[in-house]
Design a protein around this ligand. Structure first.
Ligand code: FES
Ligand SMILES: [Fe+2]
Length: 427
């Protein structure tokens, strides 16, 4: 239970708030590179700030405040040039730093443009996503976490926006006990008992959390396992402050929770499929596809039979911002205490002018940052992979047939009506 003030400190993401300032020390993805094919910039909102994101003719990404300094027309229909963006109304041009560099209707000897600057933020591409940094300079490095820079894998990116604060989503990532109920019990209730229901229903007899250089390592021992099992010995990380790494059996995923504002979070499910058997060939991929994840099927029924959507539909019901003055935390919520404590301590570091946990400034450390993740989740190997593909959000991916073929599981799927086609196969 938190006080009202603590809850506000934990959940408000705007500029000048303690959490907002902490989040401004990290890079956040706001788009897939595949979205930059149109004539105009992309409209985005990040940490409570409305922005237009574009790639100039030199290939540089930038985000600029959306309203022209001249007479308040929008740059939403701005023309993108080699070295900046030009307002459609009277042609004022801004470079990627937001500096006005041209006022074409002014006298040639006017120096007024030097006094006009819009707020702009740097952008960078990595792994098919465009990332923004909204914090103070000097900016840290964009951390090259493994899945974003791996060779030899097939990748896809699912996305969905949810009407709730990001912290309740992150709290789910340190709450292993929900798995056996929300995914095991409810999964069985929805699907009548599938292979994945059996996996997820396993009782967690012991859980553990350790802070490490990039976040929190989560460990879990389910009934029948020893402490030599992957899920205890290796575990998987919450990557501070807004990501979770999960997977097993050749599926590896970052779940990225992008705080749009206090009551909206945009999710990217970034998957890298890499067969554990190194002799299996991985097809070449030109573009990493971006696809939409559904909360409801076309007939209006909730996608409560899809593992990740079960989480999302519950997070939303906790209300846009959980009222933590009313909650009753118990022993099994130990992970939430750990995460909240970490958020509060890292906010204090920022207030003291220090870099918070996981900020990377040493290029020597940033060739590729490999994070630990169990390979045989629940000791289930390929069975975990099958459950992921057949009962998880992968069924929304346009890449599913190629992924199944790569793992030699093509016989388990059909084209077209995937939801209906897969149900009997999982019984
Ligand atoms: S409003 Fe943008 S140039 Fe006039
Ligand atoms: Fe979950």
């Amino acid at each position: 239970m938190l006080s009202k003030e603590q809850n506000e400190r934990l959940t408000q993401v705007g500029s000048g708030t303690p959490m907002g300032e902490l989040l401004r020390r990290y890079w956040h993805p706001v788009a897939a590179t595949s979205e930059f094919s149109g004539k105009f910039p992309l409209k985005r909102r990040l940490l409570g700030e409305d922005l237009l994101v574009y790639r100039d003719g030199n290939g540089n990404y930038s985000a600029i405040e959306p309203v022209c300094a001249h007479r308040r027309a929008t740059l939403e229909f701005g023309c993108i040039e080699k070295d900046g963006i030009r307002c459609p109304y009277h042609g004022w041009k801004y470079d990627i730093t937001g500096q006005c560099v041209d006022m074409p209707a002014e006298p040639a000897n006017s120096t007024y443009k030097a006094k006009v600057k819009l707020t702009a933020y740097p952008g960078m591409e990595m792994g098919g996503l465009v990332w923004l940094y909204l914090g103070p300079q000097p900016q840290p490095l964009l951390p090259r976490f493994d899945l974003f820079v791996w060779d030899r894998c097939l990748r896809d990116i699912g996305q969905v926006s949810l009407p709730c604060n990001f912290v309740q989503i992150m709290e789910n990532s340190v709450d292993p006990h929900h798995v056996e109920w929300l995914h095991g019990m409810l999964g069985r209730y929805m699907r009548g008992g599938s292979a994945s229901d059996d996996l997820f229903s396993k009782h967690a007899v012991k859980i553990g959390f350790d802070t490490f250089e990039y976040g929190i390592i989560k460990r879990r021992l389910v009934a029948g396992q020893t402490e030599e099992s992957d899920s205890w010995k290796i575990g998987h990380p919450l990557v501070f402050p807004t990501m979770l790494r999960v997977g097993g059996g050749g599926h590896n995923q970052y779940q990225i929770r992008v705080p749009v504002d206090d009551v909206t979070t945009h999710l990217y499910y970034y998957s890298a499929y890499q067969p554990l058997d190194e002799t299996i060939a991985v097809p070449h991929q030109d573009v990493i596809p971006l696809y939409e994840m559904l909360l409801r099927w076309p007939d209006g029924s909730p996608c409560m039979d899809v593992t990740e959507i079960q989480d999302m539909l519950v997070w939303i019901t906790q209300s846009p911002i959980v009222d933590r003055t009313l909650e009753r935390l118990v022993t099994s919520d130990v992970g939430l205490h750990h995460l909240r404590k970490l958020y509060f301590s890292e906010m204090e570091k920022v207030e003291q002018g220090l870099d918070p946990l996981g900020v990377v400034r040493d290029p020597a450390k940033n060739t590729m940052i490999e994070l630990p993740q169990e390979r045989h989740t629940y000791g289930a190997g390929t069975e975990f992979l099958r459950a992921t593909l057949l009962n998880g959000q992968a069924q929304f991916s346009p890449l599913l047939p190629e992924i199944m073929a790569m793992f030699g599981l093509s016989n388990l799927t059909t084209d077209g009506q995937l939801k209906q086609a897969q149900r009997p196969l999982t019984d």
